[in-house]
Design a protein around this ligand. Structure first.
Ligand code: GDP
Ligand code: MN
Ligand code: MN
Length: 252
């Protein structure tokens, strides 16, 4: 097994609505069968037009209230509310769930790396986006690559943001170690490794956050694994979410 190689895709243009990201990437790098391609959600959304003009947004009463409470533009807040399927926390920032299970600060809505007065939303169905990207990579390169749509996310318990996978295609999100034996012959009972987030995390490190201009990262020789796709806690499993909603007086 060869060592893992990580390649940042440099020299991509500023992405505009209608761009074929896979074709642009394949002009810059040569992909191989089995590679894993991480793409920042921000460029996927720009290419697909998942953006909004602040001046087109009319804030509701709730958006005005939360805008005042958190010191944010009520139109931006409305964009966040519109992208959310469930609000978990309102202050000091909005923490919400998207319809597909991802929980993020301000619903992952960005105002950076886009023209003034515009916001970038997360793709409404990132799993579908990852499938589409994989298909487009096959068409552009003839190769089968796995894909991950990433976003930079805050986290609980620790300072600092890291890259997370919000959509993936071509492998399972989780590598399941349960039932394996460790070096001492103990059977593992709990360990499920969130492989897609680990890869997304490293890709985020290569991308950088501001003006690096590296929105895609290729991984080679990651090998294969088996597991499942239940990355998001459901209902009662999610203890922290339940406690947060209770503390903030938000009823189920
Ligand atoms: P997010 O993590 O998906 O919210 O995206 P970021 O705004 O953090 O951008 C990730 C990386 O992509 C950074 O290196 C940015 O400079 C770069 N980036 C963002 N938009 C574009 C673009 O349109 N073209 C290029 N070439 N790079 C971009
Ligand atoms: Mn983002
Ligand atoms: Mn980022």
């Amino acid at each position: 097994m060869e060592d893992i190689t990580v390649i940042g895709v440099r020299g991509l243009p500023l992405i505009r609505a209608g761009d074929n990201i896979a074709a642009l990437i394949c002009e810059k790098i040569r992909v191989q069968e089995g590679d894993i391609l991480c793409v920042a959600s921000t460029i996927w959304s720009k290419a697909k037009g998942y953006t909004r003009k602040l001046s087109d947004i009319t804030p509701t009463e709730r958006a005005v209230r939360l805008g005042n409470l958190n010191g944010e533009d009520p139109r931006f807040v409305q964009g966040v509310l519109d992208a959310s399927s469930d609000i978990i926390m309102e202050h000091p920032f909005i923490l919400s769930e998207m319809s597909y299970g991802h929980i993020g600060v301000r619903a992952g809505v960005d105002q950076s790396n886009i023209d003034d007065g515009m916001i970038i939303l997360l793709p409404p169905d990132p799993m579908k986006a990852a499938d589409e990207l994989r298909q487009a990579m096959k068409e552009a390169s003839g190769k089968n690559v796995g894909t991950i749509i990433t976003d930079t996310c805050g986290r609980s318990f620790r300072r600092g943001q890291t890259g997370n996978a919000i959509g993936w295609s071509g492998f399972t999100a989780i590598r399941d170690f349960r039932g394996d034996t460790d070096l001492f012959g103990h059977v593992l009972k709990i360990t499920e490794e969130a492989v897609v987030d680990e890869i997304a995390g490293f890709s985020n490190f290569v991308m950088g956050e501001s003006n690096n201009g590296v929105p895609a990262v290729l991984f080679r020789n990651c090998g294969t694994w088996t597991g499942h796709d239940d990355l998001y806690f459901r209902g009662d499993e999610d203890i922290c979410r339940k406690l947060l909603k209770k503390k903030n007086g938000i009823n189920e």
